[in-house]
Design a protein around this ligand. Structure first.
Ligand code: ZN
Length: 524
């Protein structure tokens, strides 16, 4: 049912098979109001969306007979996969729930949904008592609903509730391990999304994802603006729905992957989609409201699908981190979101494939790049799996020359190697910001020669400090008798930090010039 084709960070590129077709994931399901249908689903299908989501409760309330007669695909004019939400969220916002779990299961089966959601009780973000109640009642409904299923070709969704009460969310997520549901959905982040509380959202996703089995696709309800797509996808969200394209259009807002602009502020349209190619900003402004909403909504959908395609390609190419770095600069809230993801980098490291299918050169910029998984994986490997040459007692740390890669092509190293032929007491390694220690025998392995650094002066102090600490860890762990550090030409600040850290640990070492180092090798 769900096949994963590629991974990067915690993101998965995959396919979900439904009875109406294949949904390429990560997927965005535009929300279609079954009554108003501002953008005909047929047009959404033409834009390349594999699935839409609509509201079963509204269908039942306003178009029941038609829906039962024609089925939801014919009724909406969409031939690919249709997910129906039980509509519990709307119910809760506007009144009480006058539906039973059985009715909603039966109705969704009868209208031929492809992916259906049980009657859940969303956590709307109020009190803890309310959140507890929503978890408890959703689980009860989930257990009851299994018995009401009559068809076996529909994918059933189990919503996880609890909202920002992370302990309740965990408890709710535990049920995804045992109950027979095909897809898991993380519920109710809408109030959070509206307030741009992305850091809360990230905590929720990671908390739930740590518990949900890896082979289940995970849906996020109400994902909003394309700005947040790469971040939630990087955390392992496989599908999400959003009504933002139409809500923004109704408010004359024009979406871009990096933010939102108001139509009235625009002189030119910074986009090449069919709408923006055909109309000028002034032409759009002068249209009547209904037509303007339609065209803005279409543009917003184009922007959303093209951002999604870019993310899918980034997962395939193994460069999702680069996209996050880029997007994190487009809004302060996204910068905070990215920082929050870095706080949970252990989660990402756990999920990141340890061997890249497509090893691409990595770029280091600043402190954020220090935390990229390839770098942390290198530190981890040195710590957990590496063994130094057995006889080596003396460590000579040479400065990595960022102009020469692999680093073992450095002149000084080549000279030393000749002289050292029969001396296995000396171990040579390179020091370099970000990666820290590169033992001589590993210089040609990925990514130890496939990376680019900024010019030495542009590397922030904080990166030197973090790097110095990993170098000290290495020296302490492998217990050399003697440590000699080549006097730096480029990385003076790193060596200042290293000196401070080594002294603090009481480790004896000395900094030596090139000719001293050569003598050192000759003498032994
Ligand atoms: Zn456009």
């Amino acid at each position: 049912m769900f096949e994963i084709k590629a991974k990067d960070l915690a993101a998965r590129l995959g396919e979900i098979k439904t009875k109406s077709g294949t949904i390429r994931t990560p997927a965005l399901l535009p929300v279609v109001n079954p009554v108003t249908q501002e953008i005909p689903p047929r047009e959404i299908e033409k834009l390349g969306f594999d699935a839409i989501i609509t509201n079963a409760y509204l269908l039942k309330k306003y178009r029941k007979r038609e829906a039962l007669e024609k089925g939801v695909h014919k009724l909406l004019g969409f031939s690919k996969s249709i997910m129906t939400d039980s509509g519990a969220y709307q119910l809760l916002m506007y009144g009480s729930i006058d539906l039973t779990p059985e009715e909603i299961v039966y109705f969704q089966e009868s209208i031929d949904s492809d992916i259906a959601v049980i009657l859940d009780v969303p956590t709307t973000g109020a009190s803890r008592e309310e959140a507890e109640k929503s978890v408890k009642e959703t689980i009860e409904n989930a257990i009851e609903s299994i018995a009401h299923r009559r068809r076996s070709d529909i994918l059933w969704v189990l919503p996880v509730q609890g909202g920002t009460y992370l302990d309740l969310l965990s408890k709710s997520a535990e049920y995804t391990r045992n109950l027979p549901y095909h897809i898991v959905a993380i519920g109710s982040p809408v109030p959070i999304m509206e307030k741009y509380q992305y850091d809360k959202l990230i905590e929720m996703i990671i908390t739930a994802k740590r518990i949900i089995p890896d082979d289940k696709p995970v849906h996020l309800f109400g994902a909003g603006h394309p700005m947040i797509f790469p971040f939630i996808i990087a955390l392992g969200i496989d599908m999400f729905d959003s009504a933002a394209y139409i809500l923004y259009a109704k408010d004359d807002r024009y979406m871009l992957p990096s933010g939102t602009l108001r139509l009235e502020e625009l002189d030119t349209l910074p986009c090449t989609c069919p709408i923006c190619s055909k109309y000028t900003a002034n032409e759009l402004k002068s249209l009547n409201k209904i037509e303007r909403i339609r065209l803005l909504a279409l543009h917003n959908l184009y922007i959303s699908i093209s951002e999604l395609k870019r993310i899918r390609q980034a997962i395939k190419d193994g460069v999702l981190w680069e996209l996050l770095e880029e997007r994190s600069k487009s809004h302060p809230m996204l910068f905070s979101a990215f920082k929050r993801i870095i706080q949970y980098i252990d989660y990402i490291l756990d999920k990141t494939p340890s061997i890249k299918s497509n090893p691409v050169g990595i770029f280091f910029y600043d402190e954020l790049s220090y935390y990229r998984p390839e770098n942390l994986l290198h530190h981890k490997r040195l710590k957990e799996y590496y063994t130094k040459p057995q006889q080596a007692k003396k460590l000579i740390l040479l400065e990595a020359d960022y102009n020469i890669k692999p680093y073992n092509r450095k002149d000084l190293y080549i000279k030393m190697r000749v002289n050292r032929e029969f001396n296995d007491r000396i171990h040579i390694a390179f020091y370099v910001p970000f990666l820290g220690i590169i033992p001589e025998e590993l210089t040609e392995t990925y990514p130890l020669s496939q990376h680019e650094l900024p010019r030495p002066d542009d590397i922030p102090e904080r990166v030197h400090l973090l790097t110095a600490k990993t170098i000290v860890d290495y020296i302490v762990r492998y217990g050399y008798n003697e440590v000699i550090v080549e006097k730096p030409k480029y990385y003076k600040k790193l060596i200042q930090q290293l000196t401070r850290e080594l002294k603090r640990k009481g480790i004896v070492f000395r900094v030596a010039e090139e000719n001293e180092i050569i003598r050192e090798v000759n003498h032994i």
